[in-house]
Design a protein around this ligand. Structure first.
Ligand SMILES: Cc1cc2nc3c(=O)[nH]c(=O)nc-3n(C[C@H](O)[C@H](O)[C@H](O)COP(=O)(O)O)c2cc1C
Length: 168
């Protein structure tokens, strides 16, 4: 049985919920799944496939997700890896394709990961704590722009590929 790791990094829980939904779809596809905070992942060698997702803050990935890629580059290269990030809010949030930050682009190339998927994010002023975050969260982009249909369908595709071992 193949075990899949779904590791996430975020600040306000939005990316964790995406990871949980991805995990649920992979389980429904008959896979064994660990959904873990990226900061709590010790290693990846016990997994047959890995999904890593980060929230975008100031065009960067969260450090826990970057460190996971940095510390496990060799092992990740030896297994199928899918990357996603979540961030864009407001009209067109789910049409946006955000490029990976430079450091993560290099890591993704070293790992030989496929194209990164961009999912809309969630901006909730009630959850913002810094002054700047509060200002940002007060703009016209407040709301939940996570498209669960897209997220589920992406996860189902990964499930099919892992099960059939066709990984492109
Ligand atoms: C201070 C701040 C900076 C942000 N910077 C970006 C950004 O550069 N690009 C982007 O697409 N989204 C950005 N976002 C939106 C977040 O990525 C979005 O709210 C995401 O869903 C947060 O995920 P989390 O709940 O897991 O922390 C920013 C949000 C805040 C509050």
């Amino acid at each position: 049985m193949i075990t899949v790791l779904v590791a996430y990094a975020g600040k306000r829980g939005g990316t964790r919920e995406i990871a949980e939904v991805i995990g649920a779809e992979l389980r429904a596809a008959g896979l064994v799944v660990d959904v873990r905070d990226a900061g709590e992942v010790g290693g990846v060698t016990e997994y047959g496939a890995v999904v890593v997702g980060s929230a975008l803050y100031y065009a960067r990935w969260r450090p826990e997700a970057v460190r996971l890629l940095e510390r496990n580059t060799e092992a990740l290269r030896a297994r199928p890896v899918w990357l996603f990030h979540s961030g864009p809010c407001g009209p067109g949030a789910n049409l946006a394709r955000v490029s990976l930050p430079a450091r993560v682009t290099l890591l993704a190339a070293a790992i030989d990961a496929g194209r990164t998927e961009t999912f809309g994010g969630r901006l909730d002023p009630a959850l913002a704590d810094g002054v700047l975050e509060k200002l940002l969260a007060r703009g016209g982009r407040v709301g939940d722009f996570r498209d669960w249909h897209r997220i589920r369908s992406w996860a189902r595709d990964i499930g099919r590929r892992v099960r059939s071992r066709v990984v492109i």
